[in-house]
Design a protein around this ligand. Structure first.
Ligand SMILES: Cc1cc2nc3c(=O)[nH]c(=O)nc-3n(C[C@H](O)[C@H](O)[C@H](O)COP(=O)(O)OP(=O)(O)OC[C@H]3O[C@@H](n4cnc5c(N)ncnc54)[C@H](O)[C@@H]3O)c2cc1C
Length: 399
């Protein structure tokens, strides 16, 4: 997204992606109302919504058999009162196709950043490994948007503070049958929780376990694990044996919550999970990363488009990006850590059926209140709007 916004502002941009494609399924599928607003501001919304997706107008929880609506996005005063459930590769492919219309946008696939080039006391570029050999790219600014195991932040010596995550996630696909319900749900049972994302032909399931608990779970055996799943989702009884035929069908994803104290140093800036790794709780990490990108472009695009730009001129702007985005990252992570510690931690140790929390009873009684969690998840703290300039794309796509 930042590559697109900067190219749109006339900046010469190179995006490095270490994989050969965006076809991975473990980063979540949620395109939030605030991101959809950004897509509208960019003039992309209609074309974007033509890509295959489902509209999640609410989030539901099934707790010990009773269902409750947690968040109702249709109550938001937003252009799109829903979360577009779209596989992330569709979203990234769309952004890539739009960005590729700018001749100053360059995407290098299978190009893995391996280190930074330093010169005159600043970061002056990046080194990368490609199938054709190692390359060096000199740049006025390197952005580390390379996720929670960021090479850029490590190479820059930026240190993350671990905020603690007592949970990990087991990630698996289970076929969806026409008779199944639709939409995003979280299912809570005795000592167990599983989130289910509706991907039309299958359910992407995220089963929460205690951090480090994977070995114990495997020792109990696959049959017990399948029984746990059916305990949470009875309609999986007819397919769980075939869908989870071996442990190879179950991937362990480790959860991290951390944040850099300092997101930048001269010549380099980290954003998204590289600056603040998000827990999957609430499914808001993608939204935060997009909002970071929009804010970064708003603050930096004009300066970066100036061919005479100096590191002295850029450095205070990097600090401005951190200043603007620390608050939403801090607030969101605080809520995620509180949910991890107060809900999941006790739940995973419990041998009693969970009770519907008082707050859910309140939301059931006063549905209008469901707009509050909808705002927290769908819009989030300090939503950003596109103010970065756009150069003409004369002659492109009939413009
Ligand atoms: C199990 C799990 C489920 C989640 N579910 C959701 C959800 O449903 N909704 C949601 O909003 N959030 C979810 N999150 C959080 C979300 O995945 C992240 O917050 C979000 O993806 C961060 O975006 P990003 O662009 O900063 O980093 P990433 O999405 O991690 O993207 C980083 C990119 O950089 C590439 N890369 C990495 N290293 C290099 C390198 N050295 N050189 C070149 N390229 C590199 C990677 O291949 C990747 O394409 C989930 C997290 C977990 C752990």
């Amino acid at each position: 997204m930042l590559g697109l916004l900067l190219a749109r502002a006339g900046v010469d941009v190179v995006v490095l992606e270490k994989h050969a494609d965006f076809l991975r399924d473990f980063r979540g599928d949620t395109v939030h109302p605030s991101t959809l607003e950004v897509m509208h501001e960019l003039g992309f919304l209609e074309a974007f919504l033509e890509r295959p997706h489902d509209k999640a107008r609410d989030i539901r929880a099934v707790i010990g058999g009773s269902e409750a609506v947690i968040a109702d996005f249709s109550r938001l005063r937003a252009r799109c009162g829903f979360i577009a459930m779209m596989p992330q590769w569709e979203f990234l492919d769309f952004l890539r196709d739009e960005a590729a219309l700018y001749p100053n946008f360059h995407l290098l696939m299978q190009a893995e950043a391996t280190g930074l080039i330093e010169a005159d006391g600043r970061v002056a570029g990046v080194r990368a490994r490609t199938p054709e050999g190692d390359i060096e790219i000199r740049a006025d600014l390197v952005i580390g948007a390379d996720g929670r195991h960021s090479t850029v932040r490590d190479a820059a010596g930026l240190v993350a503070r671990d905020l603690g995550a007592p949970i990990d996630v087991l990630w698996m696909r289970i076929a969806k049958h026409p008779t199944d319900p639709s939409g995003a749900t979280g299912r809570m049972g005795t000592g167990r929780f599983m989130a289910m994302l509706d991907r039309r032909t299958y359910w992407q399931c995220a089963y929460v376990i205690r951090k480090g608990g994977n070995e114990t779970l495997r020792e109990r055996g696959l049959a017990m694990f399948r029984a746990d799943i059916v305990g949470l989702v009875p309609f999986f009884a007819d397919r769980v044996d075939a869908e989870l035929a071996s442990w190879d069908d179950v991937k362990l994803l480790s959860v991290t919550v951390d944040r850099l104290d300092r997101w930048w140093k001269p010549g380099v800036l980290c954003i998204g999970d590289a600056a603040h790794a998000m827990s999957p709780i609430g499914g808001v990490g993608i939204n935060l990363a997009i909002q970071d990108a929009v804010a970064t472009a708003n603050i930096l695009a004009k300066a970066l488009a100036d061919p005479q730009v100096t590191v002295q001129a850029l450095t205070p702007l990097l600090a401005q990006v951190q200043q603007r985005r620390t608050f939403p990252a801090r607030v969101t992570q605080a809520v995620q850590v509180a949910v991890q510690n107060r809900i999941f931690d006790p739940l995973l140790d419990s041998d009693r059926p969970p009770r519907v929390p008082a707050v859910l009873k309140l939301l059931n009684r006063f549905p209008a209140l469901r707009v509050i969690p909808a705002y927290a998840v769908g819009i989030g703290a300090r939503p950003e709007h596109v103010h970065s300039p756009a150069v003409a794309r004369a002659g492109l796509r009939g413009d």
